[in-house]
Design a protein around this ligand. Structure first.
Ligand code: WTA
Length: 701
């Protein structure tokens, strides 16, 4: 059977070029990166030694002897021979100068609860006490893994830094993920300890979070991993705010146990640069999430360097990255990067629009935030619900970031004009969980901004766009391809936890021609995003070329969604597709075929949504579940996702002549379109790029 693999990346894209915006003079005057020679220092001819500049931002117990070791390519080793401790670098070393400066300012969601400032001194105390507890009460030691399932509370960075102090590898699971999703990650990382919380505030409600711990443990045990202890932080210290009972001998309240460790000091363990610092699970093409393993020395150097030059953080700034620490953005740009630079990092517990869409700007005004960092989803939501709110508040940003999804030029301009009051520089930073830190972004004092474009590569990164055959797609050709990074960099993850073969096959095998080569030039990193490079060298990122749907900046694998749906008894087949959504960027729609003899029923649709809630989390809940008589399939039985994606988005289902059952398309189309129209889901006109994305979704032809 002839099945052509057509890459959705290799499409011609025709959109108009956007006009430039320029960094304000006031910003340029104070920028950390203001020496024009900086690009020269990071030019390819100075690779890899250029990254010494980032490593030198840290305090090393022992200096390294080899900047980059490629002998086990593509398992790169950075700063070999060096030793350091991440917690020491983020906390202890700042005490002399910044003891009484706030490391974190935490804003609870309920507006009547008091904002808390945690100084570096206080953070030092709390991290030490928690480290003592982890070591002496839990028996954790260097190299062990521990799963955290914590919401946006200061106890989360305290716990992370306590782990880092001991060389214990933390694996934080986004608080919004379900208990089952957490359980799978506990099992995969073989954690014996789970650290969670009784409850937290979300949209005005105190949610029971402990309940998820019980589900997580049951799932982990089914997958062969027994958890010995569950440590529970209390959202209101001294009160247990969950309805879920404590399990005797297994569940412990952190605040109680900590009493025994008051005032304890734990020497930071000096770790080799290549020792793993943490795992961060992310979705890919199979149902099983991958644990991206990040290093201590390389990662911390990279986030410190990019925080300094690209976030332009000075110790006297008040920096607010409005993301969740449960994602890589939070690890790198709420915790490790800013703290390595002695910043004051703002943390907010809740949703952007609670109790109203003026909330973020009230926080900014009250705390004097001058650097603001968030995702297009948040920006779109605030623009939709409170377009005129920013001007009611007297705050001034010098710098703003957008991250996590492509941002529409219209939305970018609102961000610049309304949120930034035309006075802030904007960086659109493109990168991924696997990368540790930014890969493309304008250098804020030097580069002009172009709405919708991530800009040039960041210092020391040399990308290229390749077609399916590995030929370079030239800049300015108007053609897209697969964006790859030609060189290793210190922030790149070290491996997929427990699955080195998957690391190589997913990220490096595609364009590697010499398997045994130890020359980094033979190992382009395949990012899994489609992109094109304009004449001016700026990269525009189109989105994933693998089976991943980016919902509100969260990466969801179609296979994960489909296997969750397939746990519902009545279901024979399931296919997940993206639908363009004005707020969340993309939303998920599920197509379901029932087992023979069963009739469509609203209850089955609800069961599918409930299964996805339970196994992944509410963030993944489908916008619609469509029960169809059959899926459009190729003659070899593969589901043609692009056909149903076309239907879901009211665009053409494309060429259906290669289908085994072309007649089904009209039936599905009629049903879905009429139901959507009935429920007021008539679509807006899609842009060229959106149409191309939908047309290419799922890749199998
Ligand atoms: C997408 C988030 C366009 C991209 C840091 C990538 C972006 C995926 C941008 C990684 C951006 C991230 N413009 N698309 N500025 N930043 N993406 O792992 O598809 O949660 O592959 O890391 O988000 O998502 P992840």
């Amino acid at each position: 059977m002839s099945e052509v693999q057509v890459s959705e990346a290799e499409i011609a894209v025709h959109w108009q070029e956007e006009g430039y915006f320029y960094p304000p003079a006031k910003f340029i005057g104070q920028a950390n990166a203001n020496d024009p020679a900086i690009r020269e220092r990071f030019a390819e001819k100075n690779f890899p030694e250029c990254f010494k500049e980032y490593a030198d931002l840290l305090t090393w117990d022992k200096y390294w002897h080899t900047t980059l070791d490629t002998s086990k390519a593509p398992f790169w080793k950075w700063f070999v021979g060096g030793k350091l401790n991440a917690s020491f670098n983020c906390v202890d070393r700042h005490l002399a100068k910044y003891r009484n400066k706030a490391a974190f300012v935490w804003v609870p969601e309920p507006e009547d609860q008091v904002t808390q400032a945690i100084t570096y001194q206080e953070l030092y105390r709390r991290v030490n006490e928690m480290a003592a507890l982890l070591r002496d009460y839990c028996g954790l030691k260097t190299g062990d893994r521990v799963t955290l399932h914590l919401p946006m509370v200061p106890d989360l960075p305290v716990t992370m830094l306590a782990c880092a102090r001991l060389g214990v590898i933390h694996s934080e699971v986004f608080g919004g993920f379900s208990g089952a999703a957490c359980g799978g990650r506990i099992a995969d990382s073989q954690s014996k300890i789970l650290i969670t919380m009784d409850a937290y505030y979300r949209n005005g409600e105190l949610l029971d979070h402990k309940v998820k711990a019980d589900e997580a443990l049951a799932v982990a045990e089914k997958e062969g991993q027994k958890v010995d202890k569950v440590l529970i932080w209390q959202r209101h210290a001294g009160t247990y705010s969950s309805k879920t009972p404590m399990v005797k001998g297994r569940d412990f309240i952190v605040n109680d146990v900590l009493q025994e460790y008051k005032g304890k000091i734990v020497e930071p363990v000096s770790m080799p640069a290549e020792a793993p610092l943490f795992l961060m699970y992310t979705s890919g093409t199979t149902a099983k999430p991958k644990g991206a393993q990040h290093s201590t020395g390389g990662y911390l150097s990279y986030v410190a360097g990019t925080s300094k030059y690209y976030q332009d953080i000075h110790p006297e700034d008040t920096y607010w990255c409005f993301a969740d620490i449960g994602w890589i953005t939070g690890h790198s740009y709420i915790v490790y990067g800013p703290l390595a630079l002695a910043a004051t990092s703002v943390m907010y517990e809740g949703v952007p629009t609670y109790p109203d869409p003026g909330r973020p700007w009230r926080i900014a005004e009250r705390l004097g935030v001058n650097i603001f960092h968030t995702a297009p989803t948040t920006i779109r939501m605030l623009r939709k619900l409170g377009p005129d709110e920013p001007k009611k508040y007297n705050y001034h940003f010098k710098h703003m970031t957008t991250v996590g999804e492509p941002i529409e030029p219209e939305v970018w301009r609102w961000y610049h004009h309304s949120v930034g009051k035309d006075e802030a520089v904007i960086v659109d930073t493109w990168w991924q969980t696997e990368n540790g830190g930014f890969l493309c972004s304008t250098l804020p004092a030097f580069d002009k901004m172009k709405p919708g474009s991530a800009g040039p590569p960041v210092l020391g990164i040399y990308p290229t766009i390749l077609d399916e055959q590995g030929n370079e797609v030239p800049r300015g050709s108007g053609k897209a391809g697969n964006i790859c990074i030609r060189n290793p960099w210190p922030g790149i993850f070290q491996t997929v936890w427990g699955d080195p073969d998957r690391f190589v096959s997913t990220y490096y095998a595609k364009y590697n021609k010499k398997k045994d080569s130890t020359d980094w030039r033979d190992w382009p990193y395949f990012a899994g995003d489609g992109a094109l490079q304009a004449e001016d060298g700026y990269f525009r990122i189109l989105g994933r070329v693998d089976d991943v749907i980016n919902v509100a900046g969260h990466r969801l694998g179609t296979k994960e969604l489909e296997s969750a749906a397939l746990t519902v008894d009545e279901i024979a087949e399931a296919a997940a597709v993206p639908v363009i959504d004005d707020t969340r960027g993309r939303a998920v729609e599920m197509y379901i075929a029932l087992k023979p003899g069963l009739k469509p029923d609203k209850q089955i649709e609800d069961k599918v949504s409930a299964a996805i809630d339970k196994l992944i989390g509410k963030i993944a809940r489908p916008k619609n579940v469509w029960i169809v008589p059959d899926m459009p399939k190729t003659r070899s039985g593969k589901i043609m996702r692009r056909v149903i994606a076309g239907i879901s988005n009211f665009t053409s289902p494309g060429d259906i002549t290669t289908l085994a059952n072309p007649e089904i398309v009209e039936t599905i189309k009629h049903h879905v379109e009429s139901e959507k129209v009935k429920s007021g889901q008539t679509p807006r006109e899609l842009s060229q790029a959106e149409m191309e994305e939908i047309k290419a979704f799922g890749r199998v032809e």
